[in-house]
Design a protein around this ligand. Structure first.
Ligand code: GLN
Length: 232
């Protein structure tokens, strides 16, 4: 069992807006599943941390460059990322899917021919879009934040977006963005907390110990259902 160093404060990167995993709550503080899980795990294990909402790709780069200690951002554990990151045990699972505005003419991936799709830099959604762009004949615009992606969709510059299914489902339910899913879910991954490969191994161990404790106590389920209802 690894014990936290009380004199150390870990700096943890996250996405700017990736509701329900991280977003600014009513009181101006970052809330969401990732934020609440990390808070519960840190309280359980007695480690100190600060959150830096850098954006997904910027957080990836800051962790890799050793500028911050770790990140939690609905980050998929992929083989490619495992070359440069060490991950915690999985704490959630999600796939990505394309979506269009409800009143769009686009009914299927075939209808994306000659159209533009908005993606977020460095994500599994971007990788999934790139993997089928030639097949379906669409172009891709990249954005640093989900908010800009949805703005591009609503402005009509892009006819579709692609990102994690639970994030778009939440946006459609609560964020007032009328989205309709097309195609199938792709790139299903487990989400993990990440550090740079070989760095801060004790932080990963603390995260895993805390995760297993809050799963056993029911706190994990309470956090998930606070954001998603009883569906989990
Ligand atoms: N789960 C996706 C990924 O790992 C998206 C994460 C995000 O946009 N914050 O790339």
């Amino acid at each position: 069992e690894v014990v936290a160093d009380p004199d150390r404060t870990y700096v943890i990167g996250t996405d700017t807006t990736f509701a329900p995993f991280e977003f600014v709550g009513d009181d101006g503080e970052y809330v969401g599943i990732d934020m609440d899980l990390l808070a519960a795990i840190a309280a359980d294990q007695g480690f100190n941390y600060e959150i830096r909402p850098l954006g997904f790709n910027a957080a990836l780069q800051a962790v890799e460059a050793g500028q911050i200690d770790g990140m939690i951002a609905g980050m998929g554990i992929t083989e490619e990322r495992e070359e440069s990151f060490d991950f915690s045990n999985p704490y959630y699972e999600a796939g990505v899917q394309f979506a269009v505005l409800e009143d769009s003419d686009v009914e299927s991936l075939e209808d994306l021919e000659g159209q533009n799709v908005a993606v977020k830099t460095g994500t599994t959604g971007m990788a999934a879009a790139e993997s089928v762009a030639d097949e379906y004949g669409f172009t891709i615009s990249t954005f640093e934040d989900s908010v800009n992606m949805y703005e591009d969709l609503q402005a009509g510059n892009s006819v579709a977006v692609i990102e994690d299914y639970p994030v778009m489902a939440y946006a459609a339910q609560t964020g007032g963005i009328p989205l309709r899913f097309i195609g199938e879910q792709m790139e299903v991954t487990d989400y993990g907390f990440a550090v740079s490969e070989g760095q801060n191994p004790e932080l990963v161990a603390l995260f895993n110990q805390g995760l297993s404790n809050i799963q056993a106590s029911g706190e994990y389920d309470t956090i998930i259902s606070n954001y998603l209802g009883e569906e989990e």
